[in-house]
Design a protein. Sequence first.
Length: 235
Amino acid sequence: MTSGGAALLPPLSLSSARVAFTGRAEGDMGHGGEFVFAVRPDVAERRRAVVDLPWTWLRQVHGTGVVRVEHPGHHAGTPADAAVTATPGCALAVLTADCAPVALASPEGVIGVAHAGWRGVLSGVLEATVAEMRGLGASSTIHAVVGPCIRPPCYEFGPEQLDEVAARLGDGVRTTTAAGAPALDLPGAVRAALAKAGVEGDHVHDVGTCTACSPGHFSWRARKEHQRQAAVVWR
């Protein structure tokens, strides 16, 4: 463990699944911002301390690719931004600094996880993830939780890009920073995208943590940190 953050919170219950969100205290769950094809032993050890199952981790590309995981560890290292499975014993993970990690689960035992930065949300990664879950047998009731990510007071955003997101997801994504500059409400954009996919608002939960404000989390925007925290969902 590294110093400077609180200990890992107990896993959350989400429908049929369990979800863990790590922070600074658990250490870097990535590789210092590097794209890699194998997991270093020290990183593997930190991951096992969180969830002692084979992780399906992704080489995230800010796109809409979703992999279907058929056995534990399947598709580990695949270029994609989301993963889904109906197989018990699989740990699906995304790595983030300021983008939103979104964990999803249905009562039928179908689970998913998505890396939802503004580009991915704009492109439809969350709708694609929900569609793949439905293809695996998820019912109309899907539960989701948004993990630590950058929040409006800290997320100054270019007007042109903000117009793009608002054109697709509504003007509710527009807000301002603490200093009054234009900002994107990233969790709000996630909620809007999930609503488009048929995930009801009262089934979407939010841990409410801002990575830029929190001393217990890594942030690229606030501190130019290359380390990553993880969101992991399993059953």
